[in-house]
Design a protein around this ligand. Structure first.
Ligand SMILES: Nc1ncnc2c1ncn2[C@@H]1O[C@H](COP(=O)(O)OP(=O)(O)OP(=O)(O)O)[C@@H](O)[C@H]1O
Ligand SMILES: Nc1ncnc2c1ncn2[C@@H]1O[C@H](COP(=O)(O)OP(=O)(O)OP(=O)(O)O)[C@@H](O)[C@H]1O
Ligand SMILES: [Mg+2]
Ligand SMILES: [Mg+2]
Lengths: 255, 255
């Protein structure tokens, strides 16, 4: 059974890409076969895993030109981690998909070709609830919501879960909330504690126990094109993503 | 002459909303008649200036249903600062505008009704380069680019300026780069200094001298629905936006 997780939050800058890349790498280290899908025209995940400039064909060609996964997926420096890269052309898909038949199901149809090739697929979504994100939610078995411990981030959570309910109702009844991940947590900052309390009080066990601290090494690693466990394996950022990977596997296997 | 500035960067979480709200308030304190336009379906600027939940009609009705500015613009707690609020329904405009005639010019046409009502209009854009942002670039006389001093933020700058050139070429030849604003600057963080040096080396006088420091009070203020100069006028965040307001007025008046 392949677990396909959409890493999603329309609020910008909350740690979607940082989570996709580093959780992907940590899961591969635990022996999982992982595919990282970059579904953001910014192509940040593609650059952060070492592909600069972004290669083609990529996910745009898979969605819009019937290119097969085999022709677009690439290996990375991390054993067990492959990537389906993005390119800025992907921005065109948001508009080009509008009139297309079954426009929300393109990504799901692409994965259907290779149903058992990976154990876990992580889809890094753009900061919007447009057709690219809806494609991810339609293809996914679960969603992981990175949530920065800031006021604005809390505001948008309701609307995100509304969109998830809409997709569950019409396009993907099996979609479930895998978990909410608190990111950039700074223990010295009151707001972080307030937001964490409010979210845990409201969502209980849906919130991962693992919390990602604010850690400057995490923002340095992308400029070297390496995930944190290759860039600085001993830092708190790497440790927290390793913890998250273990906790996620427990959740997925029902342990 | 009304200066219409698009506060734009497709990278998420770089300080677009924080800049729109706090620069708007600081300009009003200097005696300018200011309109803050929230063009993001997240409606963060609307909430940050005190309108929670978001009122209707708002900018969606102005763009899509020919509601006049008079019927949507509202006064705020800050004398001289008015707001054209957003509501989550605005997310629909991104798709509904696709087949519309002169779809990029809706916002410009709305401002044409009241050409001299304000001295400065600030448009808070969503984290994408879709039709809402293109409407802002088509209506604007200048653009202000908040740039977080992080690796990913630098990556996207090229693509943003490419989109600006496209809009200049076909929709708005008078559009110019008013300035690049360094945000969330943390002097203890090497990356911040590196990004600042690289951007200043490349863009020279296009980079504002005023730099916005990372300051937790800026992230607290929105939860009270007040701009920083009402929430904590003595903090570094309020001072830095007051400096920026003065520097911007000098740039706009050619001083
Ligand atoms: N735990 C952390 N500690 C410090 N910096 C972080 C952390 N997580 C992410 N960052 C940095 O914060 C910025 C935003 O993170 P990231 O780009 O992963 O967010 P995103 O949600 O993918 O953004 P977008 O909405 O633009 O896709 C980046 O510069 C990143 O390097
Ligand atoms: N100088 C600063 N110091 C500390 N926190 C800041 C600063 N500027 C912004 N923030 C906080 O960082 C987060 C991102 O800022 P903001 O929401 O203004 O960015 P944005 O570019 O508008 O995001 P989006 O792309 O989602 O529209 C917010 O929680 C905000 O409160
Ligand atoms: Mg991202
Ligand atoms: Mg914003």
């Amino acid at each position: 059974m392949t677990h396909i997780l959409a890493i999603v939050n329309q609020k910008g800058g909350v740690g979607k890409t940082t989570t996709s890349v580093n959780l992907g790498s940590a899961l591969a280290r635990l022996g999982q076969r992982v595919l990282l899908v970059d579904l953001d025209p910014q192509a940040n995940a593609t650059g952060a895993i070492g592909f600069q400039p972004p290669p083609q064909p990529g996910v745009y060609e898979v969605l819009m030109q019937d290119v097969g996964l085999d022709d677009a997926v690439m290996p990375t420096e991390v054993a067990g981690l492959e990537v389906l890269p993005a390119h800025p052309d992907l921005a065109g898909a948001e508009v080009e998909l509008v009139p297309a038949i079954a426009r929300e199901q393109r990504l799901r149809q692409a994965f259907a070709e290779q149903p058992e090739r990976w154990d876990v697929v992580l889809i890094d979504c753009p900061p919007s609830l447009g057709l690219l994100t809806v494609n991810a939610l339609t293809a996914a078995t679960g969603i992981l919501v990175p949530l920065q411990c800031e006021y604005f981030a809390l505001e948008g959570l309701g609307r995100l879960l509304e969109t998830v309910r809409l997709v569950q109702g019409s396009l993907n009844p099996a979609l479930s909330l895998t978990g909410i991940l608190l990111t950039m947590f700074d223990a010295r900052n009151n707001i972080c504690h307030q937001v964490a309390e409010e979210v845990t009080g409201h969502f209980h066990w849906d919130v991962f126990e693992s919390v990602i601290p604010r850690n400057v090494r995490l923002s340095e690693a992308p400029s070297f094109g390496r995930p944190i466990d290759l860039y600085d394996p001993e830092c708190r950022g790497a440790q927290s993503y390793a913890d998250l990977a273990r906790e996620l596997l427990n959740r997925l296997t029902g342990a």
